[in-house]
Design a binder for this molecule. Structure first.
Ligand SMILES: *Cc1c(COP(=O)(O)O)cnc(C)c1O
Length: 347
């Protein structure tokens, strides 16, 4: 059975063009800095994000960790949202491996944290306190429905960081989705941040890899952190080649995923028994909640969809997430729409 997989955009396999580029990639030892394909990917990434330099890492998790390690000393504190990926889903690496304290602030449903709550979290100079050194944002915000932080919001937080001598890191796993949704360049969107990480392995369809961008001195520190974490790869150009194709051919088309998500969401909003959460979709994600009186549960729904060849995911709290990506074509979208109608109109 050919599955339609809506659990995440991480399930995307490389395109035929990527596989060809991977097979033909020029290679070298990247730990020596001698892989021309990795170097090309890093230059292209830095240029697109408007930063001086960039570094290729195996995953987004390592990207965030290496970036935060480069910004902070042991005992420093970072200000971070309670729904953020780094706080929730990265195995507590910043604390376990970096000895870094987290000041957790509440994310609103749109992924933002109110300015005054960020300011209130900044420590004053007092021996009793850890030293605040970094503010972390996430864009698009995964756990908040793929919501988009605006240029204005990021600029405002950037100003707060600057006023207090802090730096700002953006977990931009899906920063291109955010830029496309806003109609601005990724560079403009991350301009106030000292660093940004983005994933090649999600909607951009590369098989693996993320990139950290920042100034030269920062990237040198990140290079050491990557080595320490075991992320130095040798002929990594095989992977970077797919990343180059991703940046060159897969960014602009993300708008197609957003349009498909909107089309599907409009149908779902009209069905009885479920409602859209977090005002989704802002980008490529739809979050659904089953109404209390709906006789079917999340887990049961996952099974019923699996019987129809469609993979979806449900949280313990009964929230369902559908993620649209390159491999969900019009035919697949029609099948998903039909499956929802069958289950909810005739329930
Ligand atoms: C996926 C994701 C990451 C981590 O990426 P991995 O490559 O899976 O480690 C980090 N932040 C956000 C917001 C993500 O969605």
């Amino acid at each position: 059975m050919e599955w339609i997989d809506l659990r995440s955009d991480t399930v995307t396999e490389p395109t035929p063009e990527m596989r060809e580029a991977m097979a033909n990639a020029e290679l070298g030892d990247d730990v020596y800095g001698e892989d021309p394909t990795v170097n090309h990917l890093q230059e292209l990434s830095a240029q697109m994000l408007g930063k001086e330099a960039a570094l290729f890492v195996p995953s987004g998790t390592m990207g965030n960790l290496a970036a935060i390690l480069a910004h902070c000393a042991r005992g420093d504190e970072i200000i971070i949202g309670d729904h953020s990926h780094t706080y929730l889903y990265e195995a507590g690496g910043v604390s376990a491996l970096g000895g870094i304290h987290t000041f957790v602030v509440k994310n609103r449903d749109d992924g933002t944290v109110p300015h005054d709550e960020i300011e209130a979290a900044i420590r004053s100079d007092n021996d009793h306190f850890p030293i605040t050194s970094l503010i972390c944002l996430e864009n698009t915000h995964n756990r908040c429905g793929g919501s988009v932080l605006s240029v204005d919001y990021i600029q405002d937080v950037g100003r707060i960081a600057e006023e207090h001598g802090l730096r700002m890191h953006i977990d931009g796993a899906r920063i291109f989705n955010a830029a496309i949704a806003l109609g601005v360049s990724p560079a403009e969107l991350v301009a106030p941040a000292a660093s940004v990480t983005f994933c090649l392995s999600k909607g951009l369809c590369a098989p693996a890899g993320s990139v950290i961008c920042g100034d030269e001195a920062f990237i040198q520190k990140v290079h050491r952190a990557r080595k320490m974490l075991g992320g130095g790869m040798r002929q990594a150009g095989v992977l970077a080649a797919a990343g180059v194709v991703a940046l060159e051919t897969m960014v602009d088309r993300l708008s197609e995923d957003h349009i498909k998500a909107r089309r599907l969401a409009e149908t779902l909003a009209a069905l009885p028994g479920l409602s859209l959460d977090y005002e989704t979709p802002a980008t490529n994600m739809i979050f659904l909640r089953l109404d209390v009186e709906t006789p079917i549960e999340g887990e049961e729904l996952v099974r019923r969809f699996a019987d129809k060849g469609i993979k979806i995911s449900a949280s313990r709290a009964g929230q369902i997430r559908l993620v649209i990506h390159y491999w969900v074509d019009d035919g697949a979208l029609a099948q998903v729409t039909e499956a929802f109608k069958e289950l909810f109109l005739h329930a």
